[in-house]
Design a protein around this ligand. Structure first.
Ligand code: NAP
Ligand code: HSE
Length: 452
């Protein structure tokens, strides 16, 4: 490890600017940021040709009595985030508490003081980014958010900068590490859903409240951010279709396997010819031969197709202490450079008034649908009738054994359905729910025929 002293020697004749960083939140990611600066701070100074050195001067936490790091200065921690934001020595504010309320106040306060913000908070930016990015423009103070999407993968920078000369045609993402970890542990580890979730929490992948991880919204927030950057308009989360992995069961995973698929929580961002953007997140069957099917555990991937670049895959660790800290620290470096150029902008700059999210009912794929039915003769025919009457083609049907519930007097009945508009499927499934034999809302998976 290179020491700060060694770095200072290298630049003893130049004026290294010591930049005060304030951390609000010192949990999984905050601790990672502290440790990464400790470990690689001098390297960053060298790489900046001695322009800056990062120095964490203040940190806010909820519980100040928790033991966190060795050798922390006694006045480092406070339980009042205002003390961090208003601290004279703090030039950049890093928001790492999560949520959309206090975090919002923190970012607003920092922007109003002209202090650049670094955040990993996708919920905040997807839900309230419109207001925050407007403030950022008004106060000419940037918001950096590489850590908000796909942990340690620099995909925000790629979409903002590297694809500036491309029309982005599509982005397919596995962008929630917790869900992907759970699905893999259910697939290969034979774990039930609650145990797999507990592991993801212990590993620091899940949110403080994992609801958003498993109900699909964490991935959806990330997809919203990617789509806003790619297509230049603010997206209202209410317009986005989202389903999570809570209802995925081992029998779905087994059934998918038998057909040559794996189950993934997939986010789809796709531009259609009329300019509308398909934007959805849901459990999906992906062919075993497609590269995204091999993205396992906490790994994330975003497959981007640009009209000039063709296909590219961004792959890496999508959650966890060190990978996420890597993105936060990269943003800190960028914020340091920007401090020298007053008014430098970073954040989301809308450039299109015309963008529109496609109505989910118009989107089309084949489907896998699992019905929970009462076990009696004629059930398949009853459901098949409803589907046939509405012109929905059946590619196959099956009643798998359920190892989780061998003695139940109702069974699972799965149907593979040919491509049809999602709106039509929804309406037909509503009709099936009126049948006596159907016990609950059917579970729908998309079968994605990814081409690259
Ligand atoms: P975490 O482990 O739960 O840490 C949250 C931290 O915020 C804790 O230190 C907590 O204090 C502090 N805190 C909460 N409310 C506070 C308040 N009102 N005032 C001051 N401090 C407060 O969360 P995390 O996993 O580090 O995630 C932080 C953010 O990064 C979230 O927005 C998350 O979505 C995002 N993110 C996380 C990951 C990941 O892999 N974990 C990856 C990418 C992005 P105490 O320690 O005293 O409880
Ligand atoms: N909870 C998130 C996940 C953290 O599991 O992907 C990274 O954003």
């Amino acid at each position: 490890m290179r020491s700060f002293a060694a770095m200072a020697n290298n630049y003893s004749n130049s004026a290294v600017r010591n930049i005060g960083v304030g951390l609000v939140g010192f949990g999984t990611v905050g601790t990672g940021v502290w440790e990464t600066i400790e470990k690689n701070g001098s390297l960053m100074t060298e790489r900046s040709q001695g322009k800056f050195a990062l120095n964490v001067v203040k940190a806010a936490v909820r519980d100040i009595s928790k033991k966190r790091i060795e050798n922390a200065p006694s006045d480092l921690f406070t339980s009042d985030w205002n003390e961090v934001v208003n601290c004279q020595e703090v030039e950049i504010v890093v928001e790492l508490i999560g949520g959309t309320t206090t975090a919002f106040d923190i970012v607003v306060a920092a922007l109003k003081l002209g202090k650049p913000v670094v955040t990993g908070n996708k919920a905040l930016l997807a839900e309230r980014g419109k207001e925050l990015f407007a403030l950022s423009r008004e106060y000419k103070t940037p918001i950096h958010f590489e850590a908000a999407v796909a942990g340690g993968i620099p995909v925000i920078k790629a979409v903002q900068d590297s694809y500036i000369g491309n029309e982005i045609e599509s982005m397919f993402g596995i962008i929630n590490g917790t869900s992907n970890y759970i699905l893999e542990r259910m697939t290969t580890g034979g774990l039930a859903y609650p145990e797999a979730l507990q592991e993801a929490q212990e590993l620091g992948y899940a949110e403080a409240d994992p609801t958003l991880d498993v109900n699909g919204w964490d991935a959806a927030h990330k997809a919203i951010l990617l789509a806003s950057l790619a297509y230049g308009f603010s997206i209202d989360p209410k317009e986005v279709y989202v389903r999570g992995i809570e209802r995925v069961r081992s029998i779905d995973i087994e059934f998918a396997k038998g057909l040559g698929y794996v189950v993934k929580l997939l986010s789809v961002v796709k531009r259609h010819e009329n300019g509308n953007i398909e934007l959805r997140t849901q459990p999906s069957f992906i062919s075993k031969s497609h590269i995204l099917s091999s993205v396992n555990g906490v790994f994330n991937a975003v497959a981007i197709r640009g009209d000039a670049s063709g296909d590219a895959l961004f792959y890496g660790r999508g959650a966890g202490k060190e990978p996420t800290a890597s993105s936060v620290v990269a943003d800190l470096a960028e914020a340091c450079y920007a401090l020298e150029k007053s008014g430098a902008h970073r954040g989301f700059l809308p450039y299109s008034d015309e963008g529109q999210v496609m109505n989910i009912d118009e989107t089309e794929t084949p489907y896998y649908v699992r019905f929970d039915v009462t076990d009696r003769p004629g059930v398949i025919a009853e459901i098949a009738n409803v589907l046939a009457n509405d012109g929905i083609g059946i590619a196959g049907t099956h009643s798998p054994n359920d190892p989780e519930n061998p003695d139940k007097d109702f069974v699972d009945m799965v149907f593979r359905l040919h491509t049809c508009p999602f709106g039509k499927l929804k309406a037909t499934l509503k009709k099936t729910m009126k049948l006596d034999c159907v016990n609950s809302e059917p579970v729908v998976f998309r079968i994605e025929n990814l081409t690259a």
